[in-house]
Design a protein around this ligand. Structure first.
Ligand code: ADP
Ligand code: ZN
Ligand code: ZN
Length: 670
């Protein structure tokens, strides 16, 4: 007679669990905590993760585990702890959190992934010579490294906020900290915002550490990803560089985590579990007694506030290496420009003449606008009718390349009408500028310049992104026009001029972080200029030249920006002074959506006797309809996330629906 045993299992569904299954004798040896198994749930077979093995169960006739999907447990104890934390904090089920931590390719059967050879190597970017050796740290870097090393020596968990302008030597600090951890036999994770946009950074890590590096990013095809994962598990790779999900890399003896550009919004996962990889990184480091370095030229308000409060150790690298000057920034008031010309123009006189000058001197120019397409809306001059998407509450953008009016939210496309569909007049006009229009204007104004555009439309095809960059690097392109795709990481010494076509696009968004976004983006874009010996200049065009975000960006003055922004946040009780969660209700019938939101609001109020929560709304979402679904929001504010999620759990009780309406919960939303 063998003793029966049971497994507590969670699944990748919005249902809390865990659920108990019996373990058949044949599987007893193999089913362990962390195993990935197949179980029957409802009337389907689904993937589940074993979170506990128990000798007894009160429940009779439990269903058995169908089979085991991977002999070696996929998730170790620390990862169990981390995914549990994620599910509690970000309001997902534990199964959903584990599922996010394990790459899809490993969740299928063992057979399909075992020992596949890499079929095609990744496109590589070379990094300049000499990067394989450590540089001699300057005094600021030495100070930083000393404190980091001390924590590593003593197995102390500690959060460092490394604040330094671009080119101040942050990356060199990361590299040497990693090398030190390696000497102590400890592994490292480096998170970068979007790996496809930072090929130079990755190349630099490879140059220094070679085969010890594994790179994880979303574009990796399944087999290659499984391969990198295996190299990490086997201990061959001890340093992992990757985007968001690399924080789940199965490294042992984690000593150091680096989050580069810690303020970046791309660290936030848009799907369940809606985690912020920066904050998960802090937790993972904490659970491993590891050091974590958050690096940025423009730290998030949250991180800088925590550093000021003494929760993080602030390290400042105030100057560029070799004291190279930051580019000169000039603000052009487009209101004056408009008054003078009596018309809206894309290029101010100032920007035009600088472009002319620089390309005639054989230098390179970057022009930045965070909107793609040709015209951003089409409307009738007679009746004011605006062409909008049939399914979303947004105006259609005209794309010259396809000659279509397109919805940027659902892809809906139509031929733009010559005659107004409302009043039949022929006064249909195209307004607003996108990158396509900028590109065409540049062609018109500078017919002899070699011009390229980089945005998601232009880089649709695999490899075009790299191609454009390498042409720009070889100076086969004089002027590069692009969206925020070109704002990050690019390091081209011949770029002497950066023009921001409009600083106001981000500023006008209905979001309390719009000031912060604008400051970050402008600072980042400005950092593309003057990286060589020829110096650099940035021209920012704006209709709101007095805004503190723009002024602070002009003066490269983070502290000034921080001071103004933090008092604004304090006054309105916004993060970092409170924690927030956003509940979105969506459905095809607007009355039902609103009713569901109101009903949840009432239930929340009832549980909120101690007034731990501030409940705002329901209010229509900024884009009130997407793909035919109406959207209404509730905002919850509190001093602690735990107070919000505790009440939510009582009210929603394992469901994410109300009256047939889908509810999504986003904790600390962006
Ligand atoms: P950041 O990450 O802050 O942008 P980097 O670490 O990339 O700064 O440094 C900027 C440039 O200065 C790089 O080319 C780097 O190789 C160089 N550099 C960094 N630290 C030193 C140093 N201690 N001595 C000489 N050059 C350095
Ligand atoms: Zn009309
Ligand atoms: Zn649409």
């Amino acid at each position: 007679m063998s003793v029966k045993s049971y497994a507590n299992i969670v699944i990748n569904r919005p249902i809390e669990g865990p659920f108990t299954y019996s373990i058949p004798d044949a599987l007893k040896e193999d089913v362990k905590v962390g195993s990935c198994v197949e179980v029957s749930f409802g009337n389907k077979n689904v993937t589940g993760y074993v979170v506990d093995i128990i000798p007894k169960s009160e429940i009779e006739n439990l269903k058995p585990v169908v089979r085991i999907l991977d002999k070696a447990p996929l998730i170790d104890e620390k990862m169990m702890q981390l995914t549990k934390w994620i599910s509690d904090y970000y309001y997902s089920s534990w199964g959903e959190a584990i599922s996010a931590a394990v790459p899809a390719v490993l969740k299928k059967s063992l057979k399909s992934t075992r020992r596949r050879k890499v079929s095609h190597p990744e496109e590589e970017v070379e990094y300049k010579d000499g990067s394989d050796k450590h540089l001699r740290p300057n005094s600021e870097q030495t100070k930083a490294l000393d404190s980091i090393k001390q924590c590593l020596d003593n197995f102390l968990h500690s959060v460092f906020l490394l604040h330094g302008v671009t080119g101040s030597g942050k990356t060199e600090v990361y590299l040497q900290s990693i090398a030190y951890a390696l000497e102590l036999g400890r592994s490292s994770i480096v998170l970068v915002p979007e790996i496809s946009l930072t090929p130079q950074t990755v190349a630099r890590f490879k140059a220094r550490f070679g085969e010890k590096i594994a790179v994880l990013h979303s574009r990796l095809v399944g087999s290659k990803r499984a391969n990198e994962w295996e190299r990490i598990v086997s201990g061959e790779a001890q340093i992992v560089v990757g985007a968001r999900s690399a924080i789940f890399a199965p490294l042992k003896n984690l000593g150091l985590v680096v989050v580069d550009e810690e303020h970046e919004t791309s660290y936030k996962q848009e799907d369940v579990p809606r985690y912020n990889a920066r904050d998960v990184a802090i937790k993972r480091a904490e659970f491993s007694n590891a050091v974590i370095i958050l690096g940025s030229a423009t730290p998030s308000l949250e991180s800088f506030y925590a550093a000021r409060a003494g929760n993080y150790t602030l390290i400042e690298l105030p100057e560029r290496i070799d004291s190279r000057l930051l580019p000169e920034v000039e603000i052009v008031d487009m209101r004056d420009e408009m008054a003078r010309k009596k018309a809206v123009s894309i290029f101010s006189h100032t920007l035009k003449s600088w472009i002319q000058k620089d390309i005639s001197e054989n230098k390179q120019v970057i022009l930045f606008l965070n909107r793609r397409g040709f015209s951003t809306f089409i409307s009738c001059r007679k009746c004011g009718h605006v062409l909008t998407c049939k399914r979303c509450s947004v105006s259609l953008t005209y794309h010259f390349h396809t000659k279509k009016a397109t919805c940027h939210h659902c892809g809906y496309k139509i031929d733009p009408p010559d005659i107004c569909p409302e009043c039949n007049s022929s006064y249909v006009k195209y307004w607003g500028i996108g990158t396509e229009k900028v590109e065409s204007e540049v062609h018109r104004l500078f017919p002899n310049a070699r011009i390229a555009r980089m945005d998601t439309d232009a880089t649709h095809k695999r490899g075009t992104h790299e191609k454009i960059l390498s042409k720009f690097k070889d100076h086969k392109i004089d002027i590069l026009v692009g969206t925020q795709m070109i704002a990050k990481g690019l390091d081209f010494p011949k770029v002497t001029l950066v023009g921001v076509i409009s600083a106001d696009t981000a500023l006008n968004l209905p979001d309390f972080r719009s000031g912060e976004r604008t400051f970050n983006l402008l600072t980042q874009v400005a950092g593309r200029a003057g990286r060589g010996d020829m110096g650099g200049r940035v021209i920012i065009q704006t209709y709101t030249p007095g805004h503190y975000s723009i002024q602070a960006a002009k003066n490269h003055d983070y502290n000034d920006f921080y001071g103004k922004e933090i008092s604004f946040r304090k006054e309105l009780n916004l993060p970092p002074f409170c924690r927030m969660a956003l509940l979105t209700f969506r459905g095809r019938k607007e009355e039902k959506v609103l009713k569901a939101a109101e009903s949840i609001r009432e239930k929340l109020e009832k549980k909120n006797k101690r007034k731990l929560l501030e409940i705002l709304g329901p209010a229509p979402a900024p884009i009130s309809k997407i793909k035919g679904m109406y959207r209404w929001n509730l905002f919850l504010k509190s001093s602690k996330v735990e107070s919000i999620t505790a009440i939510l759990r009582q009210v929603l009780q394992n469901r994410r629906r109300e009256g047939g309406i889908i509810i999504t919960v986003d904790v600390e939303p962006y």
